[in-house]
Design a protein around this ligand. Sequence first.
Ligand SMILES: [Zn+2]
Length: 272
Amino acid sequence: MLNSANIFNQKRRIIFSTIHDKTKGLSVAEQYLESYKAVLGPTGYAGLRAEMAFYRNFRSEFGLTLAADVGEHVDFTGTFRGRTVRFDVTTNLNFKEFKTYERFLCEGYDYKIAFFDKDDFEIVDVLDLAFPHCRHCRASHAFPFLITFPENLNRRGESTGTNDQLLADICPGCDHIEERSRFTHYGVQPISSYISEIDEDYFDKKIYRDEYAANLYNFAKKLAPLELMGIGEPYYNPTDRDGRGEWGLWFPVKSGVVERHMPNFIGTRQLE
Ligand SMILES: [Zn+2]
């Protein structure tokens, strides 16, 4: 028995091989589509019709290549402003759910949604679904990070066992930091503090560091919205041998979505 996804993929393969068949072409493929209307059902029919329209209209502009069987939110690959991009063609008005695309974004792909509305396409960058544009420069997206601070000390300089964290949207374009909220927790150390306590020549240091970073990121996601993109911490970046340098933020954990967009370090004097 074929389920509806199998049927859709089977008909999709026939449609696109018909388009590519020089003796048949698009007009024959369109006739086939009409004949599949009942078996595809209204959603499948509308979806495939939108894919065909997208392919017809943008095939040469974006250099579109058909992706393998769908069900994975990738219908075509192509080139958009010099980058390899994945396109998901949809007719579904509820497409604006970031979590639908999060997995693909976390693998680090550029991802566009081609939303087909009546007879035209709106090309939406998935980053626009989840991340606001920076209020300062308006040029870049600002990405939410959790900044982890070293242990708080009391007035006598003794350890209190607590650490502060700041959830903020950070713009890699102009280094602006937009505060969302602050937290204080026991024992939530920055990654650099954690690894500094491990013996320097301990052979498994990297494993411990990576394990701690993964745990910290999972913890941070519980404090922050779905789309938290990583962990940062204050860092002094020496710029010459005399010890001069600048304070800023270092990002030891970055999700694939922002890997290309966020540098490892941004300088800032905003953080107190
Ligand atoms: Zn900015």
